[in-house]
Design a binder for this molecule. Sequence first.
Ligand SMILES: Nc1ncnc2c1ncn2[C@@H]1O[C@H](COP(=O)(O)OP(=O)(O)OP(=O)(O)O)[C@@H](O)[C@H]1O
Ligand SMILES: [Mg+2]
Length: 255
Amino acid sequence: MTKHDSNQPAAEAPIIIATDVDKIYPNGCHALKAVSTTVARGEVVVILGPSGSGKSTFLRTLNQLEVINGGSILIDGVDMYSKGTNINQLREQVGMVFQNFNLFPHKTALENVMLAPLKVSGREPKEVEEHARDLMYKVGMDQRMQNYPSHLSGGQQQRVAIARALAMKPKIMLFDEPTSALDPEMVGEVLDVMKSLAAEGMTMVVVTHEMGFAREVADRVLFMEEGALLVEDNPDDFFDHPSHPRLKQFLSKIF
Ligand SMILES: Nc1ncnc2c1ncn2[C@@H]1O[C@H](COP(=O)(O)OP(=O)(O)OP(=O)(O)O)[C@@H](O)[C@H]1O
Ligand SMILES: [Mg+2]
């Protein structure tokens, strides 16, 4: 049972099952070492760890932006690496938000949100636009839908990027340091959007340095180091009663 899924049956299978995931980059860097974890539907998982510990790599394996070298990943019961799996279809179920929003500069905010779903066969332009407008409202950008990215603040651009990811109607949202490139006064507005998504029951895996968010919103916090998943715990025990010496050391540098 998570903070966010009180209406879900307890016995439901996890929406993400990663088992012994290994990633070795072509240069030989062993970025993930037998990483195993599961994420329940509606759960919010925050990943912490020092720079280079494999946080981004792990997120990227979850929608196959990185191909893994060992282990397996199941998304909602579908094995990413089974022969019959349509990886593009699977990817649509996993939205991703990056540190640098990467909006198309020559498209308006609304057009940025509509772009990907318009390419999916079977979606009517009118329905896509209506959904995009609803999403802009949801992220508090309904007054600026016709702006080009260069006329938006970093926080506003990131909120459009979240709406863009949601436009594909994903089952899971991945966030890789979504507030790290923002001026401090804009961090809150992006975290608020993420909090409301969590409250609605979205399954989220979030790499962030925002410890307040981790404490308040996460159901579980993961700690990675040198490609290994060392600790996973509820936020209270993770922050207040860390048992692993490496986690203690990491937290002592932060607080
Ligand atoms: N494309 C790549 N090719 C080769 N090595 C890579 C590549 N991307 C990442 N690495 C290496 O893999 C390891 C894990 O990197 P990763 O980016 O996943 O770490 P991270 O925990 O996200 O770090 P940060 O907090 O700095 O974002 C590092 O040693 C990194 O140098
Ligand atoms: Mg990273």
